[in-house]
Unconditional design. Structure first.
Length: 75
């Protein structure tokens, strides 16, 4: 599994978790996925992937970019 595939999986999980608390992935689910991904790619960084899911870092582990300022037109 490539790093791009892992990021896409994290994005899909993040989108799914927005459905509501009854539908969210639990820690046990996520760590089961992490165990599998570690077997697929020994360089897989569990902490970085979980941090991305929680919004603590960007997809490559770097700082999150601040949201773009909204343009309100010419005032």
């Amino acid at each position: 599994m490539t790093s791009k595939s892992m990021i896409r999986l994290a994005d899909a999980i993040k989108a799914h978790n927005k459905l509501g608390p009854a539908e969210t992935f639990r820690s046990t689910h996520l760590y089961a996925l992490c165990n599998w991904m570690t077997k697929e790619n020994p360089k897989f960084n569990v902490d970085r992937w979980i941090g991305y899911l929680r919004g603590k870092c960007g997809p490559q582990g770097g700082k999150r970019k601040s949201p773009a300022k909204r343009w309100d037109g010419d005032r």
